[in-house]
Design a protein around this ligand. Structure first.
Ligand SMILES: Cc1ncc(COP(=O)(O)O)c(C=O)c1O
Length: 420
């Protein structure tokens, strides 16, 4: 027992304008405080089915196998990879930032034979380069990040599914940072598996990973399912190459979400409510409208930092709408300036990883925070902090440039959701 008990949780007011997590939609926070019900209460199973239907629309898929994996985004990644990849299978991972390395690492732990191709941070891969590697490596699975938050780049996926189909390769994408704020068309783009998280453009807290699997991927995971003793029934498969994780065995997870309602884990009820609400507010506003709101907010933030005379990192033609990497001006201490943003203005912006650490800040405009007031407030604060640290920035240049972008946009200035 501690000598003094801490008070009830009471976080400070913050505007989260980093690469995620970002502040959740108010209605998502309200949904999370809704009362709990039992695991097999008809309300609960009904909410699960509704959530599946909502996420089919978010992913733009008809996939029956559209569920949530309980855990942060990497739980979804791990479930997809460990369930799809048999030990010794070849997995190809094109790496264009930190999260490509993560996919390779997870595939390695799944005992795959991992092959990577790399491009410079700040760039993406042409489809032809990925196809050449597929021809050379002959992988079972291509694992490709859509939006790598570490570099802010958005890998075009439109042509990749067709390439994979032509070479008999399963196509998985990690859309954690991009889903909801950038186009994603699971069926039209030929995805076999895709996973995400709530804490970026979907406007929720981290802790639930939306996942969708094509029928072809479902066949693979079902053939490798191992139902644990105690709930196993006659007819359940017992493949020698069963999935080496119980929690992430997608065959069992699908049986929990499907008509069988197999008693696998206990669904994280409050996270289910949150995920359901994230998808509901997105669809209420409209998928295209939300993507457009992210485009406008991102373009305004980009114009704003450029209007302050700051340089950006990476190929802007392939930047995700929802985050920009800004070169820290010479002479400005990056971490101290971020701290001043937080302490003096209550605004969080992000640092970066690996080769970009100390070189760029990452500023996000996503989910609930892809809003005019959030963008302009962040720019005002950044200008003040930069000036305090001795950088020569034009007075009001950032805000003016950003306001000009909003002025010519027809997207709503707010978060777009009347009910949020
Ligand atoms: C592209 C990408 N993949 C995976 C992750 C890991 O997500 P999580 O921290 O929710 O497990 C992140 C987190 O920033 C990400 O941006």
């Amino acid at each position: 027992m501690p000598t003094t008990l801490p008070g009830p949780i009471d976080p400070p007011a913050r505007l989260l304008m980093g690469p995620g997590p970002i502040g959740a939609y108010p209605s998502v926070l309200r949904a999370m405080s809704a009362p709990l019900v039992g695991q097999y209460d008809p309300f609960m199973t009904g909410a699960m089915s509704e959530t599946q239907e909502l996420y089919r629309a978010v992913w733009a898929t008809g996939n029956e196998a559209t569920v949530l994996v309980d855990g942060t985004s990497r739980a979804g990644i791990e479930a997809a990879i460990i369930s799809l990849v048999r030990p010794g299978d070849r997995v190809l991972v094109p790496v264009f930032g930190r999260f490509g390395h993560l996919l390779a690492e997870i595939a390695e732990r799944a005992m795959a034979e991992v092959h990577t191709i790399e491009t410079e941070w700040g760039q993406v891969f042409p489809a032809s380069v990925i196809e050449e590697a597929i021809v050379r490596v002959k992988p079972t699975l291509l694992a490709l990040v859509q939006g790598d938050t570490s570099t802010t780049m958005l890998q075009p996926l439109e042509e990749i599914g067709e390439v994979c189909a032509r070479h008999g390769v399963l196509f998985y994408s990690d859309a954690t940072a991009s889903l909801g704020g950038n186009a994603f068309e699971a069926d039209a783009w030929g995805l076999d598996a895709a996973t995400a998280g709530l804490q970026k453009c979907l406007g929720g807290p981290s802790g639930s990973a939306p996942l969708t699997l094509s029928p072809r991927a479902v066949e693979v995971v079902q053939s490798r399912k191992k139902v644990e003793a105690g709930i196993r029934e006659p007819g359940d498969p017992s493949a020698a190459d069963f999935v080496r994780s119980n929690y992430f065995d997608l065959g069992m997870i699908l049986d929990y979400w499907g008509p069988r309602r197999l008693n696998h884990h206990t669904e994280a009820t409050s996270m289910l409510y949150a995920a359901r609400e994230c998808a509901r507010v997105l669809l209420l506003e409209g998928r295209d409208a939300v993507i457009e709101r992210h485009r406008v907010a991102g373009a305004a933030m980009l114009a704003g930092v450029q209007g302050m005379g700051l340089a950006t990192f990476g190929d802007l033609a392939h930047k995700m709408s929802n985050v920009v990497a800004v070169e820290i001006p010479g002479g400005v201490p990056g971490d101290a300036a971020r701290q001043a943003m937080l302490e003096d203005f209550g605004i969080e912006i992000g640092t970066s990883f690996g080769p970009l650490h100390g070189r760029v800040w990452r500023i996000g405009t996503m989910g609930y925070n892809a809003r005019k007031d959030a963008v302009l407030t962040t720019l005002v604060a950044l200008e003040a902090v930069l000036r305090r640290f001795g950088a020569a920035v034009p007075v009001g240049g950032g805000v003016e440039a950003a306001a000009d972008v909003f002025a010519v946009s027809s997207a709503p200035a707010g978060d777009g959701s009347e009910e949020a």
